[in-house]
Ligand binder design. Sequence first.
Ligand code: LLP
Length: 432
Amino acid sequence: MHSFRYVGKELSCEGVTIASLVKKHGTPLYVYSQATLEDHFGKLHAALEPLDHLICYAMKANSNQAVMRVLANAGGGFDTVSEGELRRVIAAGGDPAKCVFAGVGKTEAEIEFALKAGIYCFNCESEPELQRINQVAARLKKIAPVAVRVNPNVDAGTHAKITTGTYENKFGIAFEKVEGVYARAAKLKNLRLRGLQTHIGSQLTSVKPFEAAVKKLLPLVQKLAVKYNFEFFSIGGGLGIIYNPALASSDAKWWQSAAAKDILTPATYAERLVPLLQPLGLRILIEPGRFIVGNAGTLVTRVEYVKKTGKKNFVIVDAAMNDLIRPAFYDSYHEIVPLTKKGGATVSSDVVGPICESGDYFCKDRPLPKVGEGDCLALLSAGAYGSVMGSNYNSRSLPTEVLVHGKQSAVVRERQALEDIWADERVAGWLK
Ligand code: LLP
């Protein structure tokens, strides 16, 4: 579910119209729904209920303090990838003991910080990293909990830039090498081999690759769990969401087709994976980002100009690729809807931002209701990898973010002041 829908003719988030938020806060504006965050977290929690489990929200998807607090309050842990993220967890009231630390390039300082914070586990990506963690732990007279990230060489069938589980990628340790790596790691005195981890990619819309990866890894996990007294097995994140409902619902027969049973939902995920995982008797971790927050956020933008060229109708808006880079970077689709429902004919339109790059677009040749200067549009499913991937390109400030809860709304990030964009910059002394 998500909580962005038309109430009468007005696009609303839970009990608040988006138009009223625009009036108060201007545009571009990110709007998040607390109910959607809680619902998605709750659905995964319920799906995994038969297992001893921990949901470590992959905060790289959206690390706004308010979003984090909602998920911490719901009992979530966090999948972190930097000292900055771990510090954010602590600032948001999250529990480091429910955090994993992932990433291929952990620095010594990051390892030290994470060890002192008392994280649940380091997900390790190479042998030199295991050695480095061991050294830091020895220096601090601590035992570091570690898991090796296994690359199962299973193609997730997703966009090339977000596939991680094949040998073409920099991630994890090859399946065939893992036993040897654990055997050598077991000799390092300041490590505790706490579990095993895998993650095959992001935005998976079929449950099949997850099933294939888990099936492939099961015998290995079983064997190593006994040998090293594992506590957990993490199957990573990657659960996809529906960005384009037209694709999912246009063909009613398709839902009854053989392929439909593979569509990833919390129900199919649980149905296919829980029976495989339960006999392990281990704690199961998952690290979903997008599934929890993707459809819980919208980017609202205002039309500045409509420009017709020979062939095209360009709708020029005040949000740009610096606010939401996904279409430019991954050719991704975001549904675009007006704040006030419009009937009538549609116009094939390119919605573009003001940045001086042809890649600065949100859609191309899409049939959209006719809009004019001052109308606002909502780019849906922008909660994950939206604001967090924002930049100050073209010296544009990062937008305001608002959290909605029922009929209440609160600013959870102030619009960045323009002067703050260059506040950290210095003119070299000899130029003065
Ligand atoms: N665990 C690991 C080790 C990861 O690398 C990732 C995502 C996740 C969990 C969470 O994946 P999720 O559940 O959100 O799919 N910026 C891209 C997505 C990059 C994903 C990076 N890793 C996008 O906008 O589509």
